[in-house]
Design a protein around this ligand. Structure first.
Ligand code: ADE
Length: 420
């Protein structure tokens, strides 16, 4: 493997402009970067990141670099890389990147191995492929590792499964669990960028369509909310009774996927589980139904099953749109090869929410460096003080001021004697 592997370094000037554009919406990260520049809290630390290579991630990598870290990056999804941002990172920021949009499975894993070759002290994952590869194929490197951070719900679920099995061999901070991460990134970020990806891919008018949203976690809630805002008739499918109840009381129709299948025009999955839309659902779908996924892995739509059901090869009717013809003549469309549509066909979450997610990543990296040796091989939450600090900085950057408790109010909250 060469020292970096990106599509085309000539895209670097355009990539730098976009990185700087994103930076304008990332004031919290900017403050952290300035502090890092002065204090270099990550001096001499090697960080290997397996993240979506976007303009926002470029700002995170630059921040870690200003903190004194040696950073290397690879993609956390074969379709999410912004090639111009990758080129700019290599050319202007001197950060080795191994990521090319559309890379095949083998190249994807070669890139993961390439960033592991620098023998990292800290891993930074989005989906846990880096940690999983380390624990399965590169165990000789585990001794160097102080700890890791994990960005996303799916990654945290995998890591908790590893910890439960006793397989996890270093501490990891679940950045996703921070309130300043999932309440904003998952909900508003995924909500907006998923609809953005679907619209860019299809140019569909959402108003008046029946949109079926699979799941009602933080990401799916954002998607359901934004689809409704654009005028869709939204149906939610769920397996968790509590979340289903919330969806009902938020004003959505809730029903099993089998009932939703014949009425949906647009299906969007974001559950983290496999075969949420399976062939027996597709059998019932209307001619022209569109399927998209916004969950981390391309497993939520049974793509293999769809291929088997279809006659012949799918037709690429537009970028990121494949048309499958069924034996009875109906056609079904799959967007972005079933990979997360917000990053495949659009640009992922806007910088303003990634600001908080990546502020959490930056401060968690320092926390793991300073305290990793004291921690067990388990999955940890982001310290509450970091969450609070990020919320305060974000509000201040937005020019929003809030009240504080008076002494009398603090005393009241700390007492139990006063009642009716
Ligand atoms: N995940 C979702 N959106 C993202 C973005 N813009 N950059 C990095 N990771 C992301």
């Amino acid at each position: 493997m060469p020292e970096y592997h990106v599509k085309n370094l000539e895209q670097a000037p355009g990539g730098r402009l976009k990185i700087e554009w994103a930076a304008r919406e990332m004031p919290v990260l900017k403050q952290i970067r300035e502090r890092f520049r002065q204090e270099t809290p990550l001096k001499g630390i090697r960080i290997s990141g397996c993240l979506h290579i976007t303009t926002e991630t470029a700002n995170l990598a630059h921040t870690l670099q200003m903190g004194g870290a040696e950073v290397m990056l690879c993609a956390s999804n074969p379709l999410s890389t912004q090639d111009d941002a990758a080129a700019a990172l290599v050319h202007y920021y001197e950060i080795p990147v191994f990521a090319i949009k559309g890379e095949d499975h083998q190249t994807y894993y070669e890139h993961i191995h390439a960033v592991l070759d620098q023998k990292p002290h800290i891993t930074m994952d989005d989906g846990a492929d880096l940690v999983s590869t380390l624990h399965q194929d590169r165990t000789e490197l585990i001794g160097n590792i102080i700890g890791g951070t994990e960005e996303t719900t799916t990654g945290v679920i995998r890591l908790r499964a590893m910890a439960k099995d006793g397989a996890l061999r270093f501490p990891v901070i679940a950045v996703n669990d921070a309130l300043t991460k999932h309440l904003f990134d998952n909900r508003y970020g995924t909500g907006q960028s998923t609809l953005d990806g679907i619209i860019r891919a299809t140019n569909l008018l959402i108003a008046g369509k029946t949109a079926v949203v699979a799941g009602y976690g933080w990401c799916s809630r954002g998607i359901a909310m934004r689809a409704k805002g654009l005028g869709a008739n939204v149906i939610v499918t769920e397996v968790d009774p509590l979340k289903a109840l919330e969806a009902v009381m938020d004003g959505f129709r809730v029903m099993p996927m089998l009932e939703a299948a014949p009425v949906g025009d647009l299906f969007i999955t974001s559950t983290g589980d496999i075969n949420v839309i399976d062939t027996h659902h597709m059998e019932l779908m209307k001619d022209g139904a569109i399927m998209a996924n916004s969950g981390h892995f391309n497993v939520e739509v049974n793509i293999e099953g769809l291929r088997r059901m279809a006659t012949g090869e799918p037709r690429h009717v537009r970028p990121f749109v494949e048309e499958f013809t069924l034996p009875d003549g109906r056609v079904l469309f799959l967007l972005g090869e079933g990979r997360l549509i917000n990053l495949a066909a659009a640009e992922g979450h806007p910088a303003s929410v990634m600001d908080m997610s990546f502020a959490n990543q930056s401060l968690s990296a320092v926390h793991i460096f300073q305290h990793g040796h004291e921690l067990a091989h388990a999955v940890y939450s982001v310290p509450e003080s970091i969450d609070q600090q990020i919320a305060q900085l974000k509000l201040a950057a937005m020019g929003v001021r809030i009240d504080g408790l008076t002494e009398q109010q603090q005393h009241y909250l700390a007492s139990w004697q006063e009642g009716t």
